[in-house]
Design a protein around this ligand. Structure first.
Ligand SMILES: Nc1nc2c(c(=O)[nH]1)N[C@H]1C(S)=C(S)[C@@H](COP(=O)(O)OP(=O)(O)OC[C@H]3O[C@@H](n4cnc5c(=O)[nH]c(N)nc54)[C@H](O)[C@@H]3O)O[C@H]1N2
Ligand SMILES: Nc1nc2c(c(=O)[nH]1)N[C@H]1C(S)=C(S)[C@@H](COP(=O)(O)OP(=O)(O)OC[C@H]3O[C@@H](n4cnc5c(=O)[nH]c(N)nc54)[C@H](O)[C@@H]3O)O[C@H]1N2
Ligand code: SF4
Ligand SMILES: [Mo]
Length: 873
């Protein structure tokens, strides 16, 4: 599908999709292109190829190599360590990974420690944060300032006054030993799937093995875009299924490049209305099912393996009215959730809804593949239960070639990790595997900090900025908990930019007494700080070990010397500990080099029997001496040197081997002998645990069954009068997808990526024309929360009434007008908590107008417009 009137070269989808096709679908590895031969060639002979890490939070993992000549990285390459085959595919890098050199060595890379010119202890002209000049200082001065402010604030206000949820595992050790800090909880990425994975019995990871999956006959790609947001093997697996004749149907407001590559049909629906669509499908099946004839519903599975579908199968003590069947048929309130009702909300015609329901129910081998994006919606707390109900009633759990798959981060390939090692794919989790140092302020972390049971010293991510500004946050029982935050310590994040309500976030940053950012880049956190600490990238450290997907382990080596005066996070942690009077060995019990060698030694690979594991590497005494580390010799599959030299190990696979996996197979066969970890032991369509969690917090009240609750800022909210269908002040929906040119803030300043993928606001011609907006115009986007300028891409790839502003672009706020010229999605997003404490990024409403002021300059021209001039002059 091409956008009429679109110059091809300016259409990011076309470019991206073309890149995928040329690369054979493997996430933009450039192997088959002439340019790729240059990239993968010998590199000229003088230098050497080094396995070079790529560690953004990109939802995926590609293998990168850097060609280094005289200590300088001159080109990038990817996985050519094996012949490419479906049984054992290369782990190719995507376009972002291949631009890493340009991004990492770009103009906004931090080089020296800096302080804000008008900073003084206690803040000093705090309102100048983000506008002040920068002064280059020594590391000694920088670390003395940091330790001095930590001491002063701890003494005056206590450790709770230190807000440091993103400080990273290393500094967290120092701060933990120093008495702790205030932390955060709540799901960014998974939306409402996280509580669902914990409480409904539908856990994570849950995908079937890829060899199973390619035999699937029907895929509903339901709000997922792995070609952009989980680049690499997921899309490759889908391509194999397509070659096997599978049919693909897209259900999404946006006709994205994954769908361009795979789908036969596109069913546009509005953001945040999937729940209504599912209920309409369930209604269709309930009224059309004939157990004697068409067998649309798998009653056997529903009755044996789930609770909550009908009144006869409820958990003990449940209100008999709380069952999905009666709710959908409208037996209690006279409102059937039929296809007509659903169509009013989601925008798909009723006959299409019924068609889709029948198609899914009749296909023996079907899969619903969806994403966190669909659940990053206000009030979507029971949406996952609706997906579970639909999958269960159509008989697609626990059977070969059938499944419900959510999040493509490690999918589309489920089952036990076949090559086991550290998961340090992204910046957040590279650390020493030493026993953690407890944080005395925040007493209790569950599920990796996403969910809290007592939430002492721990603020929901929606309330971070308001807690700073208003001095309180919501406790576990919905109560107001007072807090007096005086300092913000940033590392491993871009929180000003990536949390809701960036303008409010800037105000919060100007309120506290001290802000420090420890990063590689002058990101928005650094801009609004008093002190900036430049850190080394993973290219400048003693390597990293990391799992790929289920079948690969990667070992990246040091690529270059530390850039200018950049120092490792580990070194900074140690120096900070010394100044705080803490034993530095608490932060660094052993060296990073030793840690990495330990990780290599501990790596395990599954044997052909599909049950036992053996060490991946053989280690000799000579190896220990050569690497100058401690350890014990061991026998494994490959030599240390081979692993280091290649940088990647792939386990051999073939169809029918002992590594296959079908999620919930044993449970389906015998649910009583294989109960799930839920209150009922069954899959919970009726899930009291989720209702309790949400209702206790008090931001909203929900039923234990998947009853539809409109989002606070969803389609319904675009009307001032829903009954009469009269549009309100914000008549359009906007939502934030994860865009190809960057991973959040990562890569966003690589000019080549800016050139390829301009950061445009996406809208349909039907919405643009009456507003006098043409493709390429600059437009002003207004939400109830803020204003953003962007160049517009007018295209039928997005459905009418819905618009897209990709997330991750750095804020560039004009303080006089309050307008953001950077296109930061969070300027449009309010920080209103919802449900179980996730963030509803994809439920937003706006109005758009043509901008009559000076048009925006191109993304490429503005790549490095950052306040650095004073520091480096
Ligand atoms: N390039 C790139 N890749 C990334 C990231 C990045 O920043 N850039 N970030 C990574 C991270 S941390 C995460 S959490 C993941 C996120 O990855 P996902 O959770 O998959 O989210 P997106 O890629 O934003 O959106 C996926 C698809 O969902 C659709 N969609 C959004 N809302 C709705 C809805 O309400 N209903 C329906 N039916 N469809 C909807 C979008 O149009 C899009 O086609 O991406 C990861 N990968
Ligand atoms: N509006 C809107 N906002 C969103 C989303 C959305 O869909 N819409 N998506 C949300 C999601 S899913 C996520 S996961 C978050 C991500 O939000 P963040 O995690 O805050 O964003 P990143 O840009 O990935 O931040 C990572 C930072 O770590 C730095 N870094 C990398 N390596 C190191 C290191 O070794 N040491 C140190 N000290 N720093 C390092 C990088 O330079 C970068 O600045 O954004 C969320 N924000
Ligand atoms: S950005 Fe992600 S998918 Fe792309 S090369 Fe880097 S790790 Fe791989
Ligand atoms: Mo995420």
């Amino acid at each position: 599908m091409n956008a009429p009137g679109m110059p091809r070269a300016r259409n990011p989808i076309e470019l991206w999709a073309a890149a995928v096709r040329q690369a054979g679908g493997v996430g933009f590895g450039l192997k088959k292109e002439p340019r790729a031969r240059q990239l993968l060639g010998s590199g000229g002979g003088k230098g050497k190829w080094i396995a070079a890490d790529c560690w953004p939070d990109c939802g995926s993992k590609g293998f990168n190599k850097a060609y280094v000549e005289d200590g300088v990285v001159v080109r990038m390459g990817t996985d050519d360590t094996i012949e490419d085959s479906w049984n054992k595919p290369q782990l190719r890098a995507c376009a972002r990974g291949q631009s890493l050199r340009l991004w990492l060595l770009g103009a906004d890379r931090l080089k020296y420690p800096m302080k804000r010119k008008h900073w003084e202890p206690g803040g000093g002209k705090k309102e100048l944060r983000g506008k002040d000049e920068w002064v280059r200082i020594s590391w000694d001065e920088a670390l003395d300032i940091l330790a001095g402010e930590l001491k002063r604030i701890k003494q005056s206000y206590g450790n709770e006054a230190i807000l440091a949820p993103w400080v990273g595992a290393i500094a967290a050790r120092a701060l933990g030993a120093y008495g702790g800090f205030t932390d955060q909880w709540g799901a960014h990425s998974t939306g409402t799937w996280l509580p669902a994975h914990l409480h409904t019995g539908f856990g994570y990871p849950h995908w079937n093995d890829r060899f199973d999956m390619v035999e699937t006959k029907l895929f509903l790609l339901w709000g997922t875009n792995p070609v952009w947001s989980q680049a690499g093997l997921p899309a490759y697996t889908y391509m194999q299924a397509k070659r096997n004749g599978a049919r693909f149907i897209a259900i999404d407001p946006f006709y994205n490049p994954t769908y361009e590559m795979l789908t036969d049909e596109w069913m546009p629906i509005r953001p945040g209305t999937d729940h209504a669509l599912i209920l309409g499908m369930i209604h269709t099946l309930l009224v059309e099912d004939d157990p004697a004839a068409n067998k649309l519903i798998d009653w056997d599975f529903l009755n044996r393996c789930t609770v909550g579908f009908d009144a006869e199968h409820l958990p003990e003590g449940a209100d008999p009215r709380d069952n999905l069947k009666d709710y959908v048929l409208g037996l209690n309130d006279g409102q059937p959730r039929d296809a007509e009702w659903a169509a009013q909300i989601c925008g798909a015609p009723p006959e299409r809804i019924r068609w889709l329901a029948r198609l899914l129910a009749k296909e023996e081998h079907a899969a619903i593949c969806t994403s966190g994006g669909v659940a990053r919606i206000d009030n979507a707390d029971t949406l996952p239960q609706a997906f579970i109900a639909l999958t269960a009633m159509t008989g697609h759990f626990g059977k070969p070639h059938s499944q419900l798959g959510v999040h493509h981060h490690f999918g589309t390939n489920g089952g036990p990790q076949l090559v086991q090692g550290q998961n340090s794919r992204s910046y957040a989790n590279s650390h020493l595997r030493a026993p953690p140092i407890p944080n005395p302020v925040c007493d209790d972390m569950m599920a990796g900090g996403f969910q809290h049971t007592s939430r002492k010293g721990c603020i929901n991510i929606n309330e971070i900025n308001t807690a700073v500004l208003n001095g309180h946050y919501t406790g576990v029982d919905g109560e107001k908990v007072p807090i007096d935050l005086r300092m913000i310590y940033h590392a491993h994040g871009s929180r000003v930019n990536q949390l809701p309500n960036t303008v409010e976030g800037i105000r919060a940053h100007r309120k506290v007494e001290f802000v420090v950012t420890q990063n590689m880049f002058m990101n928005a956190d650094a801009i609004y700080s008093d002190l900036v600490l430049p850190v080394t990238s993973r290219w400048e450290r003693d390597g990293n070990v990391c799992i790929g997907y289920r079948e690969q382990l990667l070992w990246h080596s040091k690529v270059m010397e530390p850039y200018f005066e950049c120092r490792d996070d580990l070194w900074i942690g140690v120096e900070l500990a010394k100044r705080l009077g803490i034993d530095p060995a608490i932060v660094e019990p052993w060296s990073w080099k030793q840690e990495i060698f330990n990780q290599v030694a501990d790596a395990r690979v599954m044997n052909e029997d599909g049950k036992t594991f053996e060490p991946l590497v053989t280690i000799t005494k000579d190896d220990l001496a050569a690497f100058d580390v401690e350890g014990v010799p061991q026998q494994g599959r490959i030599t240390v040197e081979e692993f280091r030299e290649k940088g990647i190990y792939h386990i051999p696979r073939e169809p029918g081997d002992n590594h296959g996996f079908v999620y919930l197979k044993e449970f389906r066969e015998d649910p009583d002998a294989n109960p799930l970890a839920t209150r009922s032991g069954k899959l919970e369509i009726h899930c009291q645990a989720i209702a309790d969690l949400v209702n206790r917090l008090g931001w909203s009240q929900i039923r234990p069954i998947p009853a539809y609750v409109p989002p606070m800022e969803g389609y319904e909210a675009t009307f001032s009068d829903w009954e009469q269908r009269i549009k309100g002040d914000y008549p359009l929906q906007v939502y934030n997808i994860h865009m190809p040119r960057r991973a959040h803030n990562f890569f966003d300043n690589a000019t080549v990526m800016r050139e390829l993928f301009p950061h445009e606001y996406i809208m349909n011609p039907i919405d643009a024309a009456p507003r006098g907006i043409a493709n390429g115009d600059t437009v002003l986007i207004r939400s109830p929360w803020g204003k953003v300028l962007r160049t517009v891409w007018v295209t039928p790839h997005i459905m009418p009434g819905v618009t897209i502003l990709g997330q991750g672009s750095r804020v560039d706020l004009d303080e006089e007008t309050g307008i953001d010229r950077g296109g930061c999605a969070n300027v449009l997003k309010g920080s209103k908590p919802t449900g179980g404490g996730h963030i509803g990024w994809n439920s937003l409403i706006v109005e758009v107008e043509k901008w009559t002021g000076a048009p925006l300059r191109s993304d490429v021209e503005t790549a490095h417009v950052i306040p650095l001039k004073d520091a480096y002059a």
